[in-house]
Design a protein around this ligand. Structure first.
Ligand SMILES: [Fe+2]
Ligand SMILES: [Fe+2]
Length: 346
């Protein structure tokens, strides 16, 4: 579990965040770097370079479909680094030059992992050819995925300081909602400048979809969009994407629902092959998995959101793995950054 940092009962940042939950405007502000101090446990020790390398290599070598003690140990090692990295420091890293970023990555194991996992995924995205009736996924960060079919490469909810390196290999981008852990303006602008569709419910471009429900086509993809609630305040704030990946995949369906919170609003038209939900936004994932949507496979997502405060909504690997177990369904997995998952139809 994420280490809970004990802070005083009266805490202005906490009060602010409590208010932020109830207000879209304040929520947006809460995602900004406010320059507020963030408490770090002084007894926590950053993994050594050797420990970091071993943990990163174990994360890359092991699989979400067979969670071993090696993966759990590696996640625990990296968690020490997660619990030492302030959200404001992650913000600084995110904006930094390549030279400054390399320095951060040298000093912080979790940032070294973030970068190394991107190298791994990018190399594989470049080299991998999806066979007929096969769809290949890479998990990048938070709820960000790259999905490769025999005919297209799709990006969803990408937030990464190196995202622009994906542009030559990606055909279009889907963004579920206007929260800073699901997109960056720079990547969206660069995709648009490269002539590639960026579909969202808030970016003012040719692909803006503001309706409650709509269906669009991009190449072989047929995408059903539906707006749903994020929480009790942010009504119809999230656009879910039901992607039919086309005839070369035997119409494989990917259902990415971003930060959707209400299972009764998730109503895909076709049977779902891969379901991608948030693990802790209030969505009843066990019900969705076992009773309503019944997907063939579920990729539980949104762990280790480093832009969130250390003790606030930064769900650990252990938290995620416990959520997987709560689903009591072998088809539910918890991918880690850089993980490649190959799915075949039939
Ligand atoms: Fe969100
Ligand atoms: Fe989110």
């Amino acid at each position: 579990m994420t280490k809970r940092i004990s802070i005083g009962a009266i805490h202005p940042r906490r009060d602010f965040l409590r208010m932020a939950l109830a207000s879209p405007c304040l929520w947006a502000l809460a995602n900004c770097d406010l320059g507020l101090a963030e408490d770090v446990d002084p007894n926590l020790v950053e993994p050594t370079a050797e420990e970091a390398e071993a943990a990163i290599s174990a994360m890359i070598r092991t699989s979400a479909t067979d969670v071993s003690s090696e993966r759990l140990d590696a996640a625990h090692t990296l968690q020490r680094s997660v619990d030492r990295l302030r959200a404001s420091e992650f913000g600084d890293y995110f904006k930094s030059s390549p030279e400054e970023a390399a320095r951060w990555e040298n000093e912080r194991a979790i940032l070294r992992y973030l970068n190394a996992s991107f190298d791994k995924a990018l190399g594989e995205i470049r080299e991998t050819k999806a066979e007929e009736n096969t769809v290949v996924f890479w998990h990048l960060y938070n709820m960000g995925y790259v999905v490769k079919t025999p005919t297209q490469t799709i990006a969803v909810d990408i937030k990464h300081r190196r995202a622009s390196e994906l542009i030559p290999f990606v055909d279009y981008l889907l963004v579920t909602h206007n929260h800073g852990d699901h997109f960056t303006t720079s990547f969206c602008d660069a995709m648009t400048a490269a002539g590639k569709p960026v579909v969202s419910n808030f970016i003012k471009n040719d692909w803006l979809v503001e309706e409650d429900e709509r269906e669009i086509e991009i190449g072989d993809s047929r995408i059903r969009l539906k707006r749903v609630d994020h929480n009790k305040t942010l009504i119809k704030y999230v656009t879910t994407f039901e992607i039919d990946c086309g005839p070369k995949t035997d119409h494989f369906v990917v259902y990415h629902v971003g930060d959707a919170c209400d299972v009764s609003q998730l109503t895909p038209k076709a049977p779902v092959d891969v379901f991608i939900p948030h693990l802790a936004v209030g969505l009843d994932v066990p019900k969705a998995v076992n009773e309503t949507i019944k997907p063939k496979q579920t990729f539980l997502s949104h762990i280790l959101e480093l832009g969130h405060l250390i003790d606030k909504w930064r769900w650990s690997y252990d938290y995620g793995y416990n959520q997987v177990k709560r689903c009591a369904n072998d088809s539910v997995i918890l991918p880690v950054w850089g993980e490649k998952i190959v799915c075949s139809r039939g």
